[in-house]
Design a protein around this ligand. Structure first.
Ligand SMILES: *Cc1c(COP(=O)(O)O)cnc(C)c1O
Length: 400
């Protein structure tokens, strides 16, 4: 293996680039997780972490991947044989449904074409027809990372309310939290599921559940077997800043730093930055003459863009060329769209020049791999970034 010079471009949609500040925070000495100093630290952290969910409800933090947080949401609120309504939008929604089935739940899985997400009308119709209220939970993926499709959670909530249906609303915000607007309380979400390694800029290893009042009530009646994922054990220990078992101490240091960084940037600025990078990316794709997977502009993700490979060309071959020649990792096509789609992650600790470099790498890679395309995508993206920067600069100049 020869040395690959310069910084690696980790442009998969998670794990994302971990900023130096967070790496340094994580490198602090591990302390006694039953000691007083840890208790003080975690008490404050468990309070501060609520902000990123825009909630006042408790947030439970597991040493786990996002998949663990999926499982925790289900086993803490439901009983064996309960029905859950889920929607096929891509590989992650399919995996969550599969996990629910393996837990013994009855999944009502609304099939999809992997290019569009669920509509509020569809949710309302299904729930209105469920007059016996057999559906106990609706599971929605806020940002389907495999296809770059966003689902409007506020609209889903309104559809549930119009149907007058009492099901719990569970939302997977694993690849949106910290990067796209997310409001646990305002949108009436009962359980929000998150992970550390995407918008939160951390390495993998933390799984989070924000738990609303209705979910806490459901927890008391729920009969699914659970041990590791038990919220009650967490709540009991978390009161004093402790955990029922060893927490991921150093990742929690990193989380504290990530929350500080997000606060410094300001929520509105963080979201606007992701929107800008997503728009610039789509402009590049269109200029190359390629196609974005998401069909509906109202369902575009701001953290990841999935791109359809021209027929007869391998997305994996292309990604290999980009890695070997330009030291950049792009996201692969998952499940049904394996080798047909590649994904550009543009989230977390990221800026305009990193995006410009990323898109240059894609454009050069398309040429090297012999993928038919038009030149000028990176330029189109730069034009958008420039215009946005000029707008911001003009505004600043105006108030000076
Ligand atoms: C990454 C991701 C997951 C899975 O998380 P793991 O940490 O790999 O278990 C689930 N849902 C979405 C939307 C994701 O982006």
């Amino acid at each position: 293996m020869s040395y690959l010079s310069g910084r690696h471009f980790l442009q998969i949609p998670g794990p994302t680039n971990v900023p130096e500040r967070i790496l340094r925070a994580i490198s602090a000495p591990t302390i006694d997780h039953r000691g007083a100093a840890f208790g003080r630290f975690a008490t404050e952290l468990l309070q501060d972490v609520k902000e990123v969910f825009q909630t006042t409800s408790p947030v439970v933090i597991f040493p786990s991947s996002g998949t663990g947080a999926w499982e925790a949401a289900l086993v803490n609120t439901l009983s064996p044989g309960d029905s859950v309504l889920m929607f096929e939008v891509g590989q992650f929604s399919a995996l969550w449904a599969d996990l629910a089935r393996r837990l013994g739940l009855n999944v009502r899985f609304v099939e999809g074409d992997w290019r569009t997400g669920p509509t509020a009308a569809e949710v309302e119709r299904i729930l209105t027809e469920d007059t016996g209220h057999t559906i106990k939970a609706v599971g929605v993926v806020h940002n389907e990372t495999a296809t770059g499709i966003y689902t409007n959670v506020a609209d889903v909530r309104k559809a549930m309310d119009r149907a007058g249906h009492p099901a719990l609303l569970m939302v997977d915000a694993i690849s949106s939290l910290g990067a796209m607007d997310y409001r646990h309380d305002e949108w009436g979400v009962d359980v929000t599921i998150a992970g550390s390694q995407k918008g939160l800029m951390l390495p993998p290893g933390l799984g989070l559940n924000a738990v609303g009042e209705k979910a806490i009530a459901a927890n008391k009646a729920s009969k699914m077997p659970r041990a590791y994922w038990d919220w009650q054990a967490m709540f009991a220990q978390n009161k004093a800043g402790f955990f029922p078992y060893t927490p991921a101490t150093n990742l929690l240091y990193g989380l504290r730093e990530a929350l500080a960084m997000l606060r410094e940037e300001g929520r509105a600025n963080t979201f606007a930055r992701h929107d800008r990078h997503a728009e610039a990316t789509r402009r590049a794709i269109r200029a190359w003459g390629l196609e974005v997977v998401a069909r509906d502009p109202n369902q575009y993700s701001s953290t990841v863009t999935a791109v359809l490979m021209p027929a007869g060309h391998s997305a994996d071959e292309f990604r290999k060329v980009v890695f070997d020649r330009f030291n950049m990792s792009l996201g692969s096509g998952l499940g049904k769209v394996a080798d047909k789609v590649f994904r550009i992650g543009h989230l977390a600790d990221f800026n305009d020049l990193m995006l410009a470099g990323t898109l240059c790498g894609v454009e050069m890679g398309l040429a090297v791999a012999g993928v038919p395309h038009k030149q000028g995508g990176a330029t189109a993206a730069m034009e958008h970034l420039t215009a946005m920067a000029q707008q911001a600069h003009g505004t600043l100049a105006g108030v000076r």
